[in-house]
Design a protein around this ligand. Structure first.
Ligand code: HEC
Length: 125
């Protein structure tokens, strides 16, 4: 009996250790998604649909969830680095820091249609 009792706490400790190891990465992804969603709403939402179901306020602006269909994601990251001047004659210059760009990319990638999910294999730096 004593043997079983000593195994259980050890097993529980192991589980706890594993949980604390995996949690930070997940929490970081969620924080990144939240931040990216906010950035999209703030900087893009005036014209583009930023969620999975909304329509673009400016009908000429593609829904962000459809961008992957005809715009390479690696190119979008570069465009964001260059303050998004590309393809946006009427858009105010958006200046995002590298963390914000990463968050925004994480969010944009998360809302792309399922048929396009293969694109997320692209370089992620
Ligand atoms: C002032 C309105 C406005 C804002 C704000 C805006 N966009 Fe746009 N965007 C447009 C319009 C309009 C187009 C379509 C331009 C065209 O096709 O001539 C466009 C096109 C694009 C394209 C090109 C799509 C393609 O297939 O060529 C990308 C990528 C894009 N926007 C990303 C963004 C992102 C990311 C943000 C936020 C950081 C943003 N836009 C903010 C109006 C806006």
């Amino acid at each position: 009996m004593a043997g079983v009792r000593s195994v259980i706490p050890a097993f529980a400790a192991l589980l706890a250790a594993q949980t604390t190891q995996t949690q930070p990465a997940q929490a970081q992804t969620n924080a990144s998604l939240d931040a990216g969603r906010r950035l999209a709403a703030t900087h893009c939402g005036r014209c583009h649909a930023v969620d999975r179901r909304d329509q673009s306020p400016d009908p000429r602006a593609p829904r962000l969830r459809n961008l992957g269909a005809n715009f390479p994601f690696a190119g979008l990251r570069d465009a964001l680095r260059q303050h998004m001047i590309v393809g946006h004659p009427e858009m105010p210059v958006v200046s995002l820091n590298p963390t914000e760009i990463g968050d925004l990319m994480t969010y944009l990638r998360s809302i792309q249609g399922p048929a396009r999910s293969g694109r997320s294999k692209e370089r992620d730096t």
